[in-house]
Every structure is written in C-alpha cells, then in structure tokens.
Design a protein around this ligand. Structure first.
Ligand code: DAH
Length: 360
C-alpha cells in the first residue's frame, strides 16, 4: 500500500469515527486546513518536475476530493440524524383529547359567587361597597360599636387577640364586619348606603362554623331611614337572592350592643325530604341580625342622633351560600379540594347580574 493509500485509509477512518460536528471539523482541519496533511501534499506539487506532477497530481487531487466528499457526506448524515432525533422527541399525538381552556376548566368558589350575587342585588338598590381591614383595633371592633370595656357581649365573640404592640395595644382579628360601619360613618357624610362584604374570625369550629368565615354588613344612614325601610330592603334582598317570588320573614326581638331595637330574622322554608326550599313550608331558618343604629354608635362617629338615623344588618355569607346551594358542611369551603370545587364551583363566565339571572 502506498503512502497516499494509507493516509487516505487513515483519514476516512477518522471521518467515520467522528462522533459529532466538532470532532468531524477537527478531522477536516487536520487534513484540508492550511497546515493539514493533504494540503501539505498539494503544496509539494509546485516543486515537482512536469512528469512527476503529471503522475502525482491526479493521485493527490483524487485523495483530496475523496476526503472532502467523505466529510460532506458524514456531515449530512449527522444533520439528518439530529433532525430525526428532534422530530421524535417533539412528536405530537393528534389523537389525544384537547385540553380544556382555563375559562372552561376553572371554577369560581361558591363564596366568591355568593359575594358577587349579594353585591349585584344591593348595587341594584343603590348601595356601594365599603371595605375595612381584617386586623382591627379593639375600638373599631368593640368600643365604638357600643361594647363598653368589660361588657359581657364581648365574651360572646370568641375573639382572636394579637400580641400587644409597642404601645401595649392588643389588636384583634375582626369578629364581624360591623367595624366597617364605624369606618364608613367616620369618613363619609350621610346619606350613607353601603354594604361591607369580607372575612371575619372567631375561635369556633364544627360542621357549620369555621375559624374564618364571611359576613356582609349593610348600613343606611340619612335623615329618616326607618324600620319599614329596613324590612323592605331585607325582603327584597331575600327574594332576589333565593330567587323566589315571595318570602315570609319573621323578625324576632334580639340584642346587639350597636343597634336598638335589634332583631334576628328568620325566613320561611320547607324541609321536606331533607331538602330546604324557600318561599314555602312552615319551618323557619335564622339568616341575619339587624336593627336601628344605636344613638351611642352615631355619637361615636361624630354624628348627631337628633339629626340623622339609620339601620344596619349583618348576614353570614357562608350560611346563605350553604342554604341556597344545598351544601351541608362548611369546612370543605376552606379545604381547597378541587373535587369539591368541581362539584360546587361556578363557571367563570357565569357572572351574576339581575338582568341575566344570578346563577347563570
Ligand atoms: N355583627 C353581628 C354579628 O356578627 C351581626 C349584626 C347584627 C350586624 C345586627 C348588624 C346588626 O349590623 O345590625 O353577630
């Protein structure tokens, strides 16, 4: 075997053995680059006699062409293999079912849905939404609402207290949404017509109580707002919320420090066959507390009880959600179980409004 033959065999072996583009390129530079083994051979042609060149020229040029071809073919094979590998990893199975879009798959939590329903109903009656913080001072949660320090009514609330701050003040997780009444009356001039939906907290847990729950507060203050107005507003709300033509309500005298007189309200229902229905039957279900705003509360907000008056009410949102949508246990509301949410949740595009119907 000539020297040229063994060089060619050696180079073609190297081309075959190159595992990737980089090593193939290294083989190319070592053979055909400026100082490559084949290039050096080509340079020797210049110094040869014409006869010698005639004989060696085609041999060396042939060697160069074959090596160049081999490199080109190997490079193409590598590119093809790479493409093949990519295509096989990116393969799409067109027979798979299409994944549902978020607006189809997602669910609105019943609490959010009911808050939106309540807001839509009261907005229609001219109420706007007011908000306050979950962490309240003792003054807003109790004192300004006419719970004097040491008053036994404070004990009824199973309050979560925070550690005393630098000034020794112990804030609380608000036990009801009533403090937003105070915030509203201290920052807005009558006439006032607001609802205040939000989170509330009490140290309590069983089938119908969770340490965090939701209420919506209502407050109307003007020169003449009276109990008849209060009853109409509540009746109108219950009819719209429970989606019945008429609903009987029962106002039972009760006590709240911030209202005088105060009442608890039951609505008529039937419980035949273990199912609760509203607007019929002979049973009663308590759904809210209400009353005329106590003169002390007005005074605590800088208002003159001889010039303005009004009414307030507080509804348990979780409770009316359970009643309306037939959910027997409150605790799963806050367990973030998607199976529960799939079952009881609402479609995101079913936005409650009085025009389109509350539940879509
Ligand atoms: N804040 C009361 C509670 O959580 C509910 C309530 C009763 C609110 C009467 C009111 C009201 O505004 O007038 O038990």
């Amino acid at each position: 075997m000539t020297e040229l033959d063994s060089l060619e065999r050696d180079l073609l072996d190297q081309v075959d053995a190159a595992a990737d583009e980089a090593s193939l390129d290294a083989v190319r530079v070592a053979a055909l680059g400026k100082k490559g083994s084949v290039s050096e051979l080509l340079k020797t042609l210049g110094a040869m006699s014409p006869e010698e060149r005639k004989e060696r020229g085609p041999l060396i040029n042939g060697l160069r062409d074959r090596v160049q071809n081999a490199i080109g073919q190997r490079r193409e094979a590598m590119a093809e293999a790479a493409l093949e590998a990519r295509l096989s990893t990116e393969r799409v199975d067109v027979t798979l079912p299409v994944r549902e879009a978020p607006e189809v798959r997602g669910r609105i939590h019943p609490i959010s849905q009911v808050m939106d329903e309540v807001t839509a109903i009261f907005a229609d009656m001219g109420f706007s939404v007011a908000e306050g913080p979950d962490i309240e001072t003792d003054d807003y949660n109790f004192t300004a609402l006419n719970f004097p320090p040491g008053h036994p009514a404070r004990e009824m609330h199973d309050t979560f207290f925070l550690a005393p701050d630098r000034n020794g003040q112990r804030k609380v997780l608000r036990t009801h949404t009533s403090p937003v009444q105070i915030r509203t009356m201290r920052s807005q001039e009558p006439p006032i017509r607001v609802i205040c939906p939000g989170r509330t907290y009490r140290h309590d847990s069983d089938q119908t109580h969770t340490p965090m729950f939701h209420q919506v507060e209502g407050l109307v203050i003007d020169k003449a707002a009276n109990i008849a107005n209060l009853k109409w507003v509540l009746e109108e709300f219950c009819r719209a919320f429970f989606e019945v033509d008429a609903v009987k309500m029962r106002f039972r005298p009760s006590f709240f420090p911030f209202t005088e007189p105060s009442a608890e309200v039951d609505i008529q229902c039937s419980r035949k066959g273990g199912e609760i229905r509203f607007g019929e039957g002979t049973d009663w279900l308590e759904i809210l507390g209400c009353g005329m705003v106590h003169p002390n509360v007005l005074r605590n907000c800088g208002l003159d009880p001889d010039a303005v008056q009004g009414f307030a009410f507080g509804v348990g949102i979780d409770r009316i959600a359970m009643l309306k949508y037939g959910m027997p246990d409150l605790r799963p509301f806050f367990e973030a179980d998607v199976r529960w949410l799939d079952h009881y949740g609402f479609r995101p595009l079913d936005i409650p409004s009085l025009v389109s119907g509350l539940t879509g």
